[in-house]
Design a protein around this ligand. Structure first.
Ligand code: ZN
Length: 207
């Protein structure tokens, strides 16, 4: 694991997308645990760093894509943790809402959607019991959420981050709504965060 700040680590063993661990007084939080293929690697890495995997109290998902979320249901089963996902994304996984009508989203759905985790809570904007703050950032998916703690924001696939800590757009074809995605990126740009940690680019400190 790589330490990012006092309470945030990059769990480098995850496969698919970047996974982050947040440790607060009340909670041990996994954000985007990644593909099922990486589940045991992540568990071993937590264990090797003195955090028993069964101690995970919360699993936060920035959005429903398999590369971020397909191990979440198994993690939840094994730990009894609370799971958190934005309401519009949860509705896609239950079938209550259709998959967004873009070829990319249809293709992703054709390869299989993640199983909805048990113990699911729908994320509302603002403070979560585990100590992080939820920032709705729709665009990549309708229910995409970013999570902040201290001077760190975990932005999932709301944006990429370059080496200088600048937020750059995710390619338009990957967005379910480009305009809302741009507004979300602008909102993240306005936060006072020092560290920006994305799903598919290395965590970077703003210069
Ligand atoms: Zn994604």
């Amino acid at each position: 694991m790589k330490r990012i700040s006092d309470r945030v680590w990059w769990v480098t063993a995850a496969i698919g997308a970047h996974c982050y661990l947040v440790e607060t007084d009340e909670a041990l939080v996994l954000v985007d645990p990644g593909l099922r293929a990486g589940l045991n690697r992540v568990a071993r890495q937590l264990h090797a760093n003195g955090r028993p995997p069964r101690g995970v109290t919360d699993i936060l998902l920035t959005h429903y894509d398999v590369d971020h979320a397909s191990s979440a249901a198994t993690w939840q089963q094994r730990t009894g943790a609370r799971a958190w996902l934005g309401g519009p994304d949860a509705a896609i996984l239950t079938g209550a809402s259709p998959v967004p009508d873009t070829w990319f989203r249809r293709l992703m759905a054709a390869t299989g959607l993640p199983r909805l985790p048990g113990g699911l809570h729908l994320v509302e904007a603002g403070g979560l019991p585990c100590g992080l703050t939820a920032l709705p950032t729709p665009g990549h998916t309708p229910g995409h959420v970013s999570f902040g703690i201290d001077d760190v924001v975990l932005v999932g696939d709301a944006a990429l981050v370059d080496a200088a800590g600048r937020l750059t757009p995710v390619p338009g074809f990957m967005m379910s709504d480009v305009e809302r995605g741009e507004a979300s990126r602008a909102m993240l740009d306005d936060t006072a965060a020092t560290w920006l940690c994305a799903g598919h680019s290395a965590p970077a400190r703003r210069r």
